[in-house]
Design a protein around this ligand. Structure first.
Ligand code: C5P
Length: 238
């Protein structure tokens, strides 16, 4: 507990092919953002924890959005306009929190698209940060054989998948560290910055720790993921 949560939902969702922001796409009768916010609330992860006061939840939304903002407002959550990239969206949210005088001990950054993330994952990440880790990511082993290719697509050999992990969210950070690396990055564009832990690696000496993720924390990205998400919900109800 005692965490601020930044929910990034400012993506366009073009890969789902619905022509609306991904976080508005319906999964079993509720929008993706609604599922995400409900899971965060139900987890109780923002609640006060020891000397840590309860933190706020902020959602990044696409510029000009009204619909996701309405969902956020219904949940008592602030909406902030996102930027051109995920990293820019997170930066906007952090600036908002900072200018509102908010200074939680820890912060979780979560993809709205990982809308079925179980409470246990939020708590594993938060507990590791509360125990003193500066940067924590939930991960899963990689099941496919992975090959590296060159620009022409010719194989450069397989990679030892035993040493690979797929990274999920929420990613947890001490508040001061996430602010510091965001300030250091100063909006720099780098292909390696696809998540927040990458910023920590590029702009600090703090190690990134891993905790177990969960298959149900999948990022709803492609049409097949929608089927999977609805199946997960249907199974959970029975
Ligand atoms: O594109 P990708 O699936 O990696 O996006 C991950 C998350 O980041 C999504 O939840 C998306 O809404 C969010 N995002 C954002 N601002 C952007 C791009 C993506 O908040 N400019």
């Amino acid at each position: 507990g005692g965490f601020a949560v930044v929910v990034v939902a400012a993506g366009s969702g073009t890969r789902l092919g619905r022509g609306i922001p991904k976080a508005l796409v319906d999964v079993s009768g509720k929008s993706i953002l609604e599922h995400s916010l409900e899971r965060i609330e139900a987890s109780g992860v923002t609640a006060a924890h020891g000397t840590w006061p309860a933190g706020p939840v902020v959602v990044t939304v696409p510029p000009g959005d009204t619909e996701l903002t309405a969902v956020a407002t219904r949940h008592g959550v602030r909406a902030v306009e996102g930027g051109a990239t995920r990293a820019a969206s997170v930066r906007h949210a952090l600036e908002q929190l900072r200018s509102a005088g908010c200074s939680p001990r820890g912060v979780l950054v979560h993809d709205a698209a990982r809308c079925l993330t179980p409470a246990a994952v939020f708590h594993r990440v938060a507990a590791a940060v509360a125990a003193g880790q500066g940067a924590v990511v939930p991960v899963l082993p990689v099941v496919d054989t992975i090959r590296r290719v060159d620009e022409e697509g010719s194989s450069q050999g397989t990679v030892d998948r035993g040493l690979l992990r797929a990274v999920q969210t929420p990613q947890g950070f001490s508040w001061d560290l996430l602010l510091e690396v965001n300030d250091a990055a100063a909006g720099e564009r780098d292909e390696r910055i696809t998540d927040d832990a990458s910023l920590v690696e590029l702009f600090s000496e703090v190690p990134v720790r891993t905790v177990p993720g969960d298959e149900a924390a999948l990022k709803v990205t492609r049409p097949m993921d929608l089927l999977l998400a609805e199946a997960i919900l249907a199974t959970a109800r029975t």
